[in-house]
Each structure stands twice: as C-alpha cells, then as structure tokens.
Design a protein around this ligand. Structure first.
Ligand code: HAX
Length: 451
C-alpha cells in the first residue's frame, strides 16, 4: 500500500496523530463529564442550530469573520501558501497539506504532493464506462456521486477491513484512500463535463500542471487567469468547519467505518441540495430568469428590487443569500468579488451579481425573519465561471464538490486518526417532547403546597 519511497505527509500525520490522540484521551479522562452546552427545544426542532456537539481539526467557522483554515482566515490563506509566482493564486495541494498538518508546506513538500497525486490519478476505464452509459438528462451531481461509487472497488480501506485490520491502523488506509480519491476526483469531474456538455471530446491531462490548473486544462480552458480562478475557487470552497451538510454527512457515514469512497459520495449527495451547494447553480438560473422576465441583461436597481420582493411574496428563497451560521457577508464572496474586480469588472453578469449584493440584503432584512441577509459563497461563483466560458450552470455544484473533497477527505483521515467512535445521537420521540413540556407547564404537587 502507498509509496515505497517514503511518504513525508504520512510520517508527519503519524506523529501529529499520536500526540493529539494522547491529548484527547487525557481530556476525556480529566474533563469527560464537564458540561459544554445546554440544548434548547428550539434547537432540537431547528436543525440543531448552534449546538456544539462535534469537533473539527481542520477548520473553524466564526459567524462574524467566516471560515479559518487551521486558524488562518480564508481570505489570507492563498497569500500564505506556495504559489507559481507572486501574481498567482496558491497551489491547491498546499492547502490540503495545511488542512492535514496545520503547517504551511514548503515548495518541496507541495511538489512531492503534486507528484504523488499525479502518480495516483489513473481512473479505471470501467468507471468512465459507468458515466458514459448514464442518460443525458442525469444531473451532473448524481453522475459525480455515481462516478465516486463506481471507483469504490479501489478502496484499500474496504479491502483491509474485509481482511481484518487493527483499529489503530485504520487511519493509514483511510489516508491512502484519501490521496487516491483526491488524485482522481478532477478526472471524474472533467469527464462528466466533457461527456455531458462537450460531445464527449475529452482532453488528456497535463502532468506538468498543478492539481487546480490541470483540472482547468481538462475542462478545456488554458487561460492562465482561469487556472488562477480554479486555484482560488478550490481553496475558497474546500472546507467550512464540521457541521455543514456535506462535511457532516460524509463524517457521519465515515464514523461507521464506511470507507472514504462511500463517505465522500454521501457528502456529495448532501452538497447537491438547493439549500447547500446547489445554490450556486440556482443563483445563475435565478439571474437568467430575472433577465428574461425584465427584458434586460442589466436590470435597474428598482426593477431588481421589485422582482425580488415578488419572489418573496411567492414564498421563494433568494439563492446566494443567508447562512445557518454566518451573520456577515461571507469573506469567500468578497474574495471572489475582488478577483472579478481585477479580471472582469465590465462583465454584465458580474455586474448583476454586484447589484444584487447592494439591493437584496435590505429587502431580506425587512422581512424581519431572515437571520443573515448577506450574500454567501454561492452568489458570486457562477458569474466568474460564466466569464471564463463555463456557462453550463447545472455543472456548477460539481466544482464545489471537487473543492470540498479537500476538506472532507482531510477530516475523514483525522476522524480515523483520533479513533472517533460511531456517531449515534438520540432522537427524542416527538410525543415525548409534548408530554415533557406539558408536565413542566403544570405546577407540581410540591410547589402547589409551598404556594
Ligand atoms: N431568501 C428567502 N428567505 C430566506 C433566505 C433567503 N435567502 N434565507 C433565510 N430565509 C428565511 C428562511 O427560509 C426562514 O423562513 P421560515 O421561517 O418561513 O421558514 C427564515 O428566513 C429564517 O431562516 P434563517 O434562520 O435565517 O436561515 P436558516 O439557518 O434556516 O437557513 C439557509 C440558512 C442558507 C438554508 C437560508 O438562508 C437559505 O435558504 N438561503 C438561500 C439558499 C442558499 O443560498 N443556500 C446556500 C447557503 C450557503 C451554502 O451552504 N453553500 O453551499
């Protein structure tokens, strides 16, 4: 399994993992009964919002300042990682190293990771056959998830579990699966794009390119600015703490020792939901419908405001706005806006996005119920992809899925490194909740006597 010539990343993880596992054991022994949170009925019935019930090694999410990767604000991370040149966005491989180890890698470490990913990138032809046989109307996210599952026979963790493996060694197999999957994911995604939208005219990979640029190349755009957009996009969408649907779904499945192929695919099925990753597709669909309805490529502020109010009256959600945790404009939106200001400020579609940013928040605020009226990551990404010729918006969530592999796979490796147990919360029978609250509302015999 793995490379014969030594694996510096795995060696580092071995040391880090042992140390952190030891600390976790000690914490459990000394403070295992300490109360961390109290759960309210509102939270039990409200998607567990705000309940602190999970841990995350790779990233954290602050409602005001957004996501931090290993403590580094997301908007700063690209500038801190190795990159082709000072003008370029960072190599995405460097982010994976950072998420796994907590340290900024050296150029040499990034080069090693790029080489090992390239060596592991072969996708068995049977996987492409599965994709090629799907009906043309299959949604690309369904195809993506199926492509991942079709590769599952490659899982070394699955094989090890079948043969019998010590619990302590499980993480090593999860790690191998993570690297193998990460290497192949862009190939699967690019194949789906070319199969569904480019008449099956596939483009050979260029092993001299980094992970992000090679993905851009296989999609069919070799503009250096698009390479940079891809690197930035993949970095910005990589991870978002442990509680978001895609990561949490993957980790929940992984907690049953389902291998990373099964777990990552589960995460992708969650990402494909309109309240989560599909929002990037829905933003573009929303703008196109609005342009058509208003008969203008760049509607006026007044027209947009009226259109949005009308949508709300019809009980529709405005995609690209709001968040379950964030309470300010998502810094990932602002990072994409900064990229657009530099590369394509005159693009009309981009300008519509900027107008929405100006107009929608006060309207959502005025409803009095939307907790975060500000834009999220999904408001901007489609406009940038369109600018570089990727206009097929039903494919957009696959971009997100490729990026989210970085966070999901890093978190799955750490879950197994820490030996975290199977997740199994208690679901309160709804009737018990009514009964319990009714009893609490009645004064007890004892308190009546005191009165
Ligand atoms: N448009 C209209 N109504 C909205 C809204 C929006 N953008 N955002 C929230 N609301 C509504 C909710 O539907 C809810 O209404 P009801 O009380 O009538 O059910 C109310 O405001 C309170 O919701 P909230 O507490 O502010 O938001 P939630 O934590 O429940 O949900 C969502 C967060 C992201 C799902 C929500 O803001 C939303 O639906 N946004 C639009 C879809 C979207 O952009 N999703 C992507 C989010 C980022 C992400 O995960 N990317 O992958």
């Amino acid at each position: 399994m793995g490379e014969q010539g030594g694996d510096p990343l795995k060696e580092r993880l071995q040391v880090l993992g042992e140390a952190l596992r030891q600390q976790v054991r000690q914490l459990l022994q000394e403070s295992g009964d300490q109360v961390l949170d109290q759960i309210r009925v509102r939270q039990v019935l409200g998607g567990m919002r705000g309940v602190r019930a999970l841990v995350c090694v790779t990233s954290s999410l602050d409602p005001e300042t957004g996501v931090r990767y290993r403590g580094i604000p997301v908007a700063e991370v690209s500038a801190r990682l190795p990159r082709p040149s000072a003008e370029d966005e960072a190599y995405v491989e460097g982010l994976f190293w950072l998420l796994l180890t907590g340290s900024i890698p050296t150029e040499e470490e990034v080069n090693w990771l790029r080489r090992t990913l390239s060596e592991r990138s072969h996708v068995p032809y049977q996987v492409y056959e599965v994709l090629d046989r799907l009906p043309a109307e299959t949604h690309p996210m369904a195809a993506f998830s199926m492509g991942i599952l079709a590769m599952r026979r490659e899982s070394v963790m699955r094989e090890a579990l079948q043969k019998g493996v010590s619990k302590d060694k499980l993480w090593e197999y999860a790690y191998e699966d993570a690297l193998n999957l990460l290497a192949k994911i862009p190939y699967i995604a690019a194949h789906i794009y070319r199969r569904f939208y480019r008449d099956g005219k596939y483009i050979d990979p260029d092993p001299s390119l980094d992970w992000g640029a090679n993905f851009a190349h296989m999609l069919g755009n070799d503009d250096p600015a698009f390479y940079n957009l891809m690197r930035l996009y993949l970095i910005l969408h990589a991870d978002h703490g442990g509680g978001n649907v895609s990561v949490h779904a993957a980790r929940l499945v992984g907690s049953a020792w389902s291998d990373p192929y099964l777990a990552y695919s589960a995460g992708m099925n969650g990402l494909a939901g309109p309240l989560h990753g599909l929002a990037n597709q829905q933003v573009v669909q929303f703008i196109l419908e609005m342009q058509k309805a208003l008969g203008s490529m760049l509607p006026t502020r007044e027209q947009i405001a009226e259109y949005v109010r009308d949508m709300l009256k019809k009980g529709r959600v405005i995609p690209g706005f709001g968040h379950a945790v964030l309470r300010k404009t998502d810094p990932r939106f602002l990072a994409q806006k900064a990229f657009a200001e530099k590369h394509c400020p005159d693009d009309e579609f981009v300008q519509v996005v900027w107008r929405l940013y100006e107009i929608v928040p006060p309207i959502l605020q005025a409803t009095g119920k939307v907790k975060n009226p500000w834009p999220n990551v999904d408001l901007h990404s489609g406009a940038l992809l369109r600018h570089y010729g990727i206009v097929e918006y039903t494919f957009y969530t696959v971009f997100f899925g490729v990026a989210r592999a970085l966070g999901i796979l890093a978190q799955l490796v750490w879950d197994r490194l820490l030996g975290l147990p199977i997740e199994r919360p208690v679901a309160v029978p709804l009737q018990d909740l009514f009964t319990l609250l009714a009893e609490e509302a009645q004064p007890s015999e004892e308190s009546r006597q005191v009165v």
